[in-house]
Ligand binder design. Structure first.
Ligand code: 5GP
Length: 176
């Protein structure tokens, strides 16, 4: 069965408002400090670039890429780094930028992993959050929008590598 776009869930205008709000909040919270934004590839690449333009404190950017070990569709929560940071984060204020938090396993593991490198502080920022799907308790300091338990694509999020370029966030469903 193939998948198609069912409907737009979050418009470009709502996304822009969300980025502005998060950027202003981060600017306020980190006043007088320098930060490193760490985008989790590939999903966060568009959100990261929009968010960065609303942040008014000195800011470096870096990216990392991870894949989770698991069998089939089940994630184990053990994350393998497939592209590591170029930056030494020791003593730095870092904000990890994700596209979406689902079970929470990826970000929980990433926080633990990056903490071992002794940054001055670590915060998590996600564009979207599906709280109904959470499997582990996790503190996310900056959340854009909470969404229902539906599979979304667009604005960086993919299905089978496609749809990342869609400017809105849409719900994907079975084509029947
Ligand atoms: P978690 O470890 O929180 O379960 O997984 C987060 C990752 O699962 C996200 O970075 C994303 O790659 C993927 N994911 C979770 N929900 C969705 C969704 O609704 N749409 C898409 N395209 N990816 C999702």
């Amino acid at each position: 069965m193939s998948k198609t776009i069912k409907r737009v869930l979050i418009s470009r205008a709502e996304i822009d408002q969300m980025c502005r709000r998060l950027g202003e909040q981060i600017t306020h919270d980190y006043a007088g400090k320098e930060i490193i934004l760490i985008g989790v590839l590939k999903g966060a690449f568009i959100f990261m670039s929009d968010l960065a333009r609303y942040i008014g404190v000195p800011c470096r950017i870096d990216f990392m890429s991870v894949s989770s070990y698991g069998s089939g569709t089940r994630t184990s929560g053990v994350v393998r780094i497939t592209k590591d940071l170029d930056t030494d984060i020791t003593g730095k204020h870092i904000i990890v930028v994700e596209d979406i938090v689902d079970t929470g396993l990826t970000l929980k593991h990433l926080r633990e992993l990056l903490s071992t490198r002794n940054p001055a502080s670590i915060a998590l920022c996600t564009a979207f959050d599906k709280p109904d799907r959470r499997k582990v308790e996790i503190m996310v300091e900056y959340t854009g929008l909470q969404i229902p338990d539906e599979f979304i694509v667009g604005y960086g999020l993919d299905f089978d590598g496609k749809y990342r370029n869609l400017p809105d966030v849409s719900v994907l469903g079975d084509d029947n």
